[in-house]
Ligand binder design. Structure first.
Ligand SMILES: CC(C)(COP(=O)(O)OP(=O)(O)OC[C@H]1O[C@@H](n2cnc3c(N)ncnc32)[C@H](O)[C@@H]1OP(=O)(O)O)[C@@H](O)C(=O)NCCC(=O)NCCS
Length: 166
């Protein structure tokens, strides 16, 4: 079992680097034939230590990390959207060598509790159908495909996957 906690400012650099590494790995492993490399490269700078520190200071944003032996092995982030009870998950990733041990599930569970505690009745993620391990994890936890976004960003099809709490 990993330790799950909200990101502390002093861990921002490590968490951002872990996310960028995970994004590059996911591109090589799952996205290569689906999502342009240029698109993935464009996404990387949103996961910098500076960005993470900014988000820690925002009341509606969350960054939750999983640690094993003091090292960050998983990161998920998102935000509560306004006051309407909806949350958006922006990223979920576990380091390749720490996958298939339940850490992704632990992170997702923590996110669901976090947003429920903030009054949310729904959470959604916009993701790529080629990220099959992630999609399977969402489905296992009761998230369902809500709609497709056809020829969306970078002319690629995305899917919106959501979970309702009541
Ligand atoms: C999606 C992702 C976060 C899942 O992380 P994870 O830590 O491997 O997730 P879990 O371990 O909870 O579950 C994954 C699998 O391991 C299995 N598992 C869990 N604990 C296990 C254990 N102790 N022993 C063996 N298998 C185990 C689960 O049953 C699940 O099996 P399945 O894939 O056959 O359904 C990870 O694959 C990842 O980082 N992918 C790239 C990033 C990505 O796609 N992000 C989504 C974009 S938002």
């Amino acid at each position: 079992m990993a330790t799950i906690e909200e990101l502390a400012e002093e861990d921002a650099e490590e968490a951002a680097e872990a996310t960028r590494d995970c994004m590059r790995d996911a591109w090589e492993r799952w996205e290569k034939d689906y999502y342009p490399e240029e698109a993935m490269e464009f996404d990387l700078p949103r996961h910098s230590a500076e960005e993470y520190r900014k988000r820690i200071a925002l009341p509606d944003a969350f960054i939750i990390v999983a640690k094993e032996r003091g090292r960050i092995v998983g990161v998920c982030s998102g935000h509560v959207v306004g006051k309407g009870g909806v949350a958006s998950l922006g990223w979920l990733g576990v380091a390749p060598e720490s996958r298939k041990q339940g850490i992704g599930n632990q992170l997702l569970e923590a996110v669901e509790e976090h947003v429920k505690d903030r009054g949310c009745h729904k959470i959604s993620v916009v993701t790529l159908p080629c990220l099959t391990d992630a999609v399977r994890l969402f489905f296992k936890r009761g998230w369902v495909p809500e709609c497709n976004l056809t020829r969306h960003s970078w002319k690629v099809d995305f899917m919106v996957v959501s979970k309702w709490f009541d």
